[in-house]
Design a protein. Sequence first.
Length: 319
Amino acid sequence: MNTFIALIGISSAFLFFYLLKFKASKKQTDRENRPRWSKYIPYSDKEKKVKSKSREEFDTATYLYWIKSMLLMRRFEEMAGRLYGQQKIRGFCHLYIGQEACISGAVSALREGDKYITSYRDHAHPLALGTNPDKIMAELFGKETGISKGKGGSMHMFDKEKHFYGGHGIVGNQIPMGAGIAFSEKYNNTGNVCLTYLGDGALRIGAFHEAVNISMFLKLPVIFIIENNGYAMGTSVGRTSNVTELYKTGLSYDIPSEPVDAMNVIKVHRAVAKAAFRARNGEGPSLLEFRTYRYKGHSMSDLSLIHISEPTRLGMISY
C-alpha cells in the first residue's frame, strides 16, 4: 500500500513539473511570436495573420527607412528645442515631436517626382525627403548656408531638389497652392501627385473649401492631409468645430475621405498609397484625416501645460 501511494506521489510530481515546463514553453513561444514593440496580450489568430501580412508586405529597406527617418526627426527636433532654450535659435519654432509617422509613412508610399507642401511645422518633412540636416539646422540659425539661405527660418523651409515647396507661415496659405501644384502636374501630364498638409485649425478657413471644391471639379492629383493632433494652437477640436470627425468635411464635395491612425506608420503608408493610386489614374483628389498627437506645445513659446495630462494623451491616441 505504501509503495502504491509512493508511486502515485512520484507520478503526480512528474506531471506537475511537466505542466510547468509546458506552460513556460508556451509563454516563451507567445513572447517570440509577439512583435517586440507590443505591450499587450498575445494577438488572436486573426490579428496574427494581419501582422504576418504586414511583414510580407514591406521589405527590410522600408522598415529601416521608417525607423531611421523617424528617429532622425525626433532627435533633430529635440536638439532644436534645446538650442531654442539656449537662445541660439530665435523667432518662431514649431516642433514635430510625436507626429513623425505622418510624413515618414507618406514618403515611403510615393515616388520620386511627387510634390510636398505643408504649413509652418515643417522641419521634419525635408528630413524625411533626404535633405541634409545640417542645412535645415543652419536655416534655424539664420545662416546663409541654410536651406532657404537663412531668410526663411523655422517656418519657411524649401528644397526644390527634393520637391518640397514649404513651409508657409500663414495659416492655410499652402492649401490652394497645393491644388495649384497639382494642376501643374495634371496639365503637364507628369503622373505625379501633390501631398498638401494642413493642421486641424486650418480646416475652417475659406481657402480650404475653395481648394477642395476646384480640385474635385477638375480631378486634380492632390492628396489633402489633415494632421489632426487634437489642438488648434491650444484649443481642442471639440471647442472650435461642430464637426469633430474632420474627414467628413470632404464628403460634401464627394471627395473620397477617411480617417487614418497616424500613430501607425504602416497605416499611413497604406492610406497614402491608396490615395496616390486613385490620383495617378485620373480619379482626382482624396482627403485623409491623420489622427495624431504632438508631445510638445504648439510652439516653443507654449508652456505645454495642456499637453501633459496622461488621460488626454491616451484619449487622443485611441482613435
